[in-house]
Structures are given as structure tokens and as C-alpha cells.
Design a protein around this ligand. Structure first.
Ligand SMILES: [Zn+2]
Length: 194
């Protein structure tokens, strides 16, 4: 059985701006805005294709992975109907058959959402000026959920990254604004970060 341990990722995770470190790589959990410093394969059939998670979520992911590996197909199916994978505290180990694996991988996709997943817009109104401004800075129109904010942030960070744009003070301002807007939205959208 392949154990999918948390692997610390050192390269290109952080870079410095004049203000403070900005995390380029974010946790792939849709509701999380932490840095994605740990990687985990997306499926047993694609071990070189990774999710990037914060420590908490890579732990959860590894537990979920192990958990589904130990279940029969019926059990996996029953379990995914509940879809409360992230809350479960402990998971049995076992070996996985092809069908189980496909179900498990589907369950993982359901948890993380892919193109086929249903998007739930966040319950927005009433929206503060701060939130609206921050969304506008990220060129977003509400209602959006945190996953969408994060996806857009990634796009903009790459586009305006000072290492790519050289000494362009206007761009640096824009880059700072984007970082600030994301930090603001993270506080608003990710409840347990206060
Ligand atoms: Zn996370």
C-alpha cells in the first residue's frame, strides 16, 4: 500500500514584496486561504499530479485517501452520499481495488469540486464597501464564493508578479492592492480565520 505522506514543498512557495511575504501557492481546499505548502497526489493513477494543501488539509486529505482505500464499493458510495469526509476523525487502512479507487477519486473530486461540481455562491448581501472594493480590485463581480476569489487571485498574482514585470512601480502598486484585497476577502469569507 502506498502511503501518501505529507511532503513539504520548498520551491517557489513564497516570494517577498516590499511589505510582507505573499503566498503564491494556496491550499487547494476550496474554503481555505492558507498557503499550500504540502502536496498530495490527486489519484493513485496520477501520482505526479498534485493537490497543494496547508498542513491541516493535507492531513485531512491523507486520512480521506486512506479511509476510502479501506472501504468496499458499497460503503464508499454510501459514504459519499453523506459527504462529510472532512469531519471524520479516524480512518481504517486497507488495499483498494480499481472500482473502489474510481469511487474514491470521484469522491475526492466532489469534495474539491471540479467543472462538474455545483457552485454555491456565498450568501452575499448586505455587502460592505470594504468587501465590494476588494472584490472590484480582484476584478470580480458578486456573488462569488471563496474558491472563485482564490482562483482569480492566483491569476492576478501571476499576471502582476514583480519578478515577471520588472521595475514597474505602477504594477507594484497593483500587486500590493491585489494582495491586500485578497487578505481582506480571506478574513470575510473564511470564517474560522477571524
Ligand atoms: Zn487548507
Amino acid at each position: 500500500m502506498i502511503r501518501l505522506g505529507a511532503m513539504r514543498v520548498f520551491s517557489d512557495t513564497y516570494f517577498e514584496t516590499s511589505d510582507r511575504p505573499v503566498r503564491l501557492r494556496l491550499c487547494d481546499h476550496p474554503a481555505c486561504g492558507q498557503a499550500g505548502d504540502f502536496r498530495a497526489p490527486k489519484s493513485r493513477d496520477h501520482l505526479n499530479d498534485y493537490y497543494y494543501f496547508c498542513l491541516d488539509h493535507v492531513r485531512d486529505y491523507n486520512k480521506a485517501w486512506d479511509f476510502f482505500s479501506g472501504l468496499s464499493p458499497d460503503e464508499v458510495e454510501a459514504y459519499t452520499r453523506d459527504a462529510t469526509v472532512w469531519e471524520r476523525p479516524s480512518w481504517p487502512l486497507g488495499s483498494a481495488g480499481a472500482y473502489e479507487r474510481s469511487l474514491r477519486d470521484k469522491a475526492m473530486r466532489d469534495i474539491f469540486g471540479d467543472a462538474s461540481g455545483e457552485e454555491k455562491p456565498s450568501p452575499a448581501p448586505p455587502m460592505s464597501v470594504i468587501e465590494r472594493d476588494a472584490l472590484a480590485t480582484l476584478e470580480l463581480v458578486p456573488p462569488v464564493d471563496f474558491a472563485a476569489i482564490k482562483a482569480q487571485y492566483r491569476v492576478l498574482v501571476k499576471k502582476h508578479h514583480p519578478d515577471l514585470r520588472g521595475n514597474d512601480s505602477e504594477n507594484e502598486e497593483k500587486f500590493k492592492d491585489i494582495s491586500q484585497a485578497f487578505a481582506t476577502l480571506r478574513k470575510i469569507y473564511v470564517a474560522d480565520e477571524g
